[in-house]
Design a binder for this molecule. Structure first.
Ligand SMILES: [Zn+2]
Length: 436
């Protein structure tokens, strides 16, 4: 088997790995880069399929721009969440040729046998893939963590005998130089939110991803404990409706203490109306079944409410509600406050909210910290560990055994002792020796 990381050896996001045998070629993820100055490769050669590890844009975004006959393999919920992202960001629903798999159920594509392992990550329906071909095994970790509400999945993977001693482990390293100490898990996030909102004096807002279900659950649980009504925008309401595919215990708009905000709903309402076949009876469920609420009603006793919505609507809501102060729970990556990862207008809104109101950071990372990465790698004990989804691949050798560092687009053949890049580097050194 040959491995080519087209993107991801030097950056977080835009992941794309090609695996090939003599007869078959697949891609693991085909994401849109997060960094403004990075572009994804175009697929020129024929490929048998693309496997999407999870519904984050930096892992699937580019499937919208390919030949729609190429089969896309993903989880059933992941497919719905990818479509939600596209539609609510103003794009058409995906027209790809989707095949959905089930966790832990093997399937074949050409020479490859694939087993998807459900993992704990800030995206729901996220998988690691065990790929077998040519009597070799590759495990791609995808994005994962041990600190979410499904950390049991991490424990299961590191104990799984089938994954021991794989030939190659392609492992993400987002957090290798970052710390998660302030919020080691979702319980600590929930506690912080509860401590912030429990006093009965002011309204609370939350900024965060509508698809980070663990953090939505943390916020809901804190609200319930504090006796607040949990109010969500229509996009979040749609995501929570789709979550019913996998769980009946995740809050949704039919619950008594959950309401959908109707104010500022036009931006969502228009997108729902443009895709009637996609959304089915969702609109009538919001309006006809009385699951909605307006700001006028919230204005009567703002302190009873906790609203999950976008930062620009938070600013407008505060004006309409005419309140002096508010709790702003910031529950997402701090990188979105920086220019490299967000647009100027959004940053300005966030900074204004931070300055004017009671701004509280409460967020745990979607990615494994160094300790969890080390536990993962040492339990799997791969013959080679190749870094991906990291800005610090050169650090891997300091923390893990059997590391093989690749460059983007370098072809690595399993079983070879040196990568092409390493051979080239050695050649350069010997050449210098001869010439000096
Ligand atoms: Zn991710």
């Amino acid at each position: 088997m040959k491995i080519t990381i087209h993107k991801g050896t030097n950056e977080i996001g835009g992941s794309c790995i090609e695996l090939s045998t003599n007869n078959s070629t697949i891609l693991l993820d085909y994401g849109t880069p997060l960094q403004e100055d990075s572009t994804q490769i175009k697929i020129e050669k024929p490929i048998d399929a693309i496997l999407v590890s999870h519904p984050h844009q930096d892992h699937f975004g580019e499937i919208a721009n390919i030949d729609t006959t190429i089969p896309i393999y993903c989880g059933e919920l992941a497919k719905e969440l990818m479509n939600a992202t596209k539609i609510f960001t103003g794009n058409a629903p995906l027209k790809n040729n989707f095949y959905t798999f089930k966790a832990w159920e093997r399937f074949n594509i050409g020479d490859f046998t694939i087993t998807p392992y459900l993992v704990d990550h800030s995206a729901t329906d996220a998988y690691a893939f065990l790929v077998e071909a040519d009597n070799q095994k590759v495990l791609y970790s995808g994005d994962f963590r041990a600190n979410g509400r499904k950390s049991k999945l991490f424990d299961n993977i590191i104990k799984d005998k089938k994954l021991k001693n794989v030939d190659v482990l392609l492992m993400e390293g987002t957090m290798i130089q970052r710390s998660n100490h302030d919020f080691p898990d979702e319980q600590s996030v929930e506690n912080k939110i509860y401590e912030t909102i429990k006093s009965d004096d002011q309204i609370s807002f939350m900024i965060g991803s509508s698809q980070n279900i663990d953090s939505i659950v943390s916020a809901y649980r804190a609200c319930k404990k504090a006796g607040k009504i949990f109010v969500i925008d229509m996009y979040t309401a749609w995501i929570l409706e789709k979550l019913k595919i996998v769980s009946s215990s995740i809050p949704n708009m039919s619950w008594d203490d959950v309401k959908v905000l109707r104010s500022f709903g036009k931006i969502y309402y228009d997108k729902i109306s443009e895709n009637p076949s996609h959304f089915g009876g969702f609109k009538s469920k919001i309006y006809d079944d009385g699951n909605h609420i307006q700001l006028d009603e919230i204005k009567l006793s703002p302190n009873k409410f906790f609203i999950k919505m976008s930062p620009s609507f938070i600013e407008k809501s505060i004006q309409k509600l005419e309140v002096d102060n508010a709790n702003i729970i910031y529950s997402q990556w701090l990188g979105y406050l920086k220019e490299e990862f967000n647009n100027q207008k959004s940053i300005e809104i966030l900074k204004r909210l931070e300055e004017k109101y009671n701004w509280v950071y409460a967020h745990t990372s979607g990615h494994a910290d160094l300790e969890a990465l080390q536990m993962f790698a040492s339990s799997i004990n791969p013959k080679k560990l190749i870094p991906i989804h990291t800005e610090h691949k050169e650090e891997f050798e300091n923390y893990f055994d059997n590391v093989a560092v690749l460059e983007d687009n370098e072809v690595y053949e399993i079983g070879q002792s040196l990568s092409v890049h390493q051979v080239n580097e050695l050649n350069k050194i010997f050449k210098n020796d001869l010439e000096s």
